[in-house]
Unconditional design. Structure first.
Ligand code: UT7
Length: 330
């Protein structure tokens, strides 16, 4: 539709806990090594939330920074979308805790549960409200505190996760070369057991047995996730370039879900993306799930890797199974 608005990203913010947990820290209580974790994942350290901080406190910090960056008052927001799978509580939505804390009086607030693809899902949902003209200011947050769901006796999964939050403010633009150009969302529920937390829901309510059996922690089929991840990340890169008619040269930066350096390299090498066009901060933050892409994006903007005019491709996959991509012009 000619003249219809697109969703421009106007403000960015992020937050990570100050506590650093290195691979060497894991060596003190797990049968693992810095060498194994570094070689198999690319992770050197991650941030871990300390008592007193929660999913909402990280989300609020990222949100306030994004609002300040955009010059938008909380009361001017129309909608808060919070992508998370490690919510403040099973209900109400973490977005409602954020809404209250930032003083966004009466502003609509809801969570999006799509695991590591959650931020792109929420970005896509928010963009629709802007494109239809219904809303003018939308806060999209990706936040996860998976350290509270990690089984620190399971060396195959706990070493992967770190905590963090990232946020963006969406506003309408009619400039043709700005804003969210394309999003693609997919899911395959057959793979629900690839990564999941078995208990605490209606299928397996909380009991002394579920606690005893550690069923409130993340269970993961690492190898299967790995294969799925490479395949879907490759597909997403190809789809985004094809649908937006972009060549590798025309993409300034790919921001992949920070999952595992080997997965990122395998996926991007299929299209010969040089690694200087692929943003990687997994070495410092690990896999922060829903926060991974907005956290990396905020960092890439602040350190000058991307800026106004840049064409950025976002690709992610996660529990669900879900996978999602987006092309954004800054
Ligand atoms: O957002 C999505 C979240 N999920 C993921 O990102 C998971 C994607 N998958 C992966 O990143 C990788 O599959 C892992 C990093 C989880 C595992 O790496 P891998 O190269 O696929 O290793 P593997 O599971 O095939 O295990 C190889 C060996 C096994 O020992 P054996 O059976 O060969 O003796 C594991 O027990 O490595 C062992 N191992 C470890 N050794 C030291 C597994 N975890 C560790 C560890 N330290 N932390």
């Amino acid at each position: 539709m000619e003249g219809s608005p697109r969703a421009a990203m106007k403000g960015f913010g992020s937050a990570v806990p100050s506590k650093v947990m290195t691979n060497h820290d894991f060596e003190t209580f797990l049968d693992t090594s810095d060498e194994w974790i570094t070689q198999r994942t690319g992770i050197k350290e991650r941030r871990i939330t300390e008592p007193g901080d929660t999913t909402a406190t990280l989300a609020v910090e990222a949100a306030q920074k994004a609002l300040a960056d955009a010059g938008v008052a909380p009361t001017d927001l129309d909608l808060i979308l919070c992508a998370t799978i490690s919510p403040e509580m099973p209900f109400p939505a973490t977005a409602c805790f954020v809404q209250e804390a930032i003083g966004a009086i009466d502003v609509a607030a809801v969570d999006v549960s799509a695991a590591c693809s959650g931020f792109i899902y929420a970005l896509s949902i928010g963009s629709q409200f802007i494109e239809t003209g219904r809303y003018k200011n939308i806060l999209v947050i990706g936040v996860d505190v998976l350290s509270r769901f990690a089984d620190f006796t399971d060396r195959g999964s706990c070493i992967l996760f770190g905590d963090g939050a990232g946020a963006v403010v969406l506003q309408p633009t009619v400039e043709p070369d700005k804003g969210v150009q394309y999003t693609v969302l997919h899911a395959d529920g057959k793979g629900w057991d690839y990564i999941h937390v078995p208990a605490g829901g209606t299928r397996l309510p909380t009991s002394a047995q579920t606690v005893e059996a550690k069923q409130h922690f993340v269970k993961m089929r690492g190898r299967d996730v790995y294969k799925f991840a490479v395949e879907k990340m490759q597909w997403l890169l190809g789809d985004c370039m094809e649908k937006c008619n972009l060549s590798v040269d025309e993409v300034d930066l790919v921001i992949p879900h920070q999952v595992n350096i080997r997965i990122i390299e395998s996926a991007t090498s299929k299209y010969d993306f040089p690694m200087d066009k692929v943003y990687v901060n997994i070495d410092r933050y690990g896999n922060t799930s829903g926060a991974s892409i907005p956290l990396a994006m905020d960092e890439a903007i602040k350190n000058g890797t991307i800026g106004p005019g840049s064409t950025v491709m976002l690709v992610a996959f996660g529990a669900g199974l879900t996978w999602a991509g987006a092309v954004v012009k800054l």
